[in-house]
Design a protein around this ligand. Sequence first.
Ligand code: NAP
Length: 256
Amino acid sequence: MPGHVIITGASVGIGAALARSLARAGYSVGLVARRQELLEALTADLTRGGAKAAWAVADVSDEGSMRAAFTALEEALGPCEVMIANAGILSFQRPETFDAEVAVNILRVNVEGAINAAGVALPGMVARGRGQLVVISSSAALRALPGWHAYAASKSAVSSFFRSLAFDLADKGVSVLVVQPGFVATDMTANNRFPMPGTMQASDLAEGIVARVQSGRGGVMTTPWFMGLALGLSRLIPGFLFDRAARWFLRLGETR
Ligand SMILES: NC(=O)c1ccc[n+]([C@@H]2O[C@H](COP(=O)([O-])OP(=O)(O)OC[C@H]3O[C@@H](n4cnc5c(N)ncnc54)[C@H](OP(=O)(O)O)[C@@H]3O)[C@@H](O)[C@H]2O)c1
């Protein structure tokens, strides 16, 4: 019998798509984000469809807020079997308008937020000897990228953090899955003006992640596969050539 899954960043985008796929697969879903009205509407929709669902408002970058949401959702839906740290933000920054506060906030939400989500769920999972941690990183974890300084750094950090954590949890019955998607059509990418090869629909990505969660297998899931291959192979070419190609690629957007 599928258990209780908590998803951060569940109000829209990939998180909301995950909630719908997991509910269809029979999981109880606990939804976390800041926008209460969106969480309420999604919960009502899932409940109407026969699923067990509950919501709690939290800012993932605030540990106390994340802990309170976690406690409320466990009270409503039972022990958290799967924690999906999905909440994230992105902003593209040019050197002329670089703002350190914006960059640091991206790290707070994307890195501290994911660590806070794992941190509140882990003690219970380890005590029960069972559980799954899933983090939605990005294929931006694989390369430094122009304009995405803080985002690329945040995703490298979460991929590395959760992959390292996987070593320690291997004999505790807790699996760790690091998802590194390429481009996904959501609010986050809606304003991108450069080409986004292999763009996925959030619902398709969610179905793939849910299948992997059902299998219970951890590891790293980079999707679509050619994005992982291209970025992996790009490490073999000299850095200055990659940098030139990446700048050219992004400049294409300025002419669109
Ligand atoms: N879209 C892509 O191409 C893509 C590719 C690779 C990886 N990803 C990653 O996938 C994840 C989801 O992205 P998305 O495309 O679905 O983005 P999105 O549509 O912008 O949704 C982001 C979600 O995160 C929540 N969120 C943001 N800041 C938060 C905070 N401080 N506390 C709690 N919740 C917060 C938002 O809800 P509220 O505003 O209601 O709080 C929203 O539910 C992110 O980690 C992103 O980096 C996205």
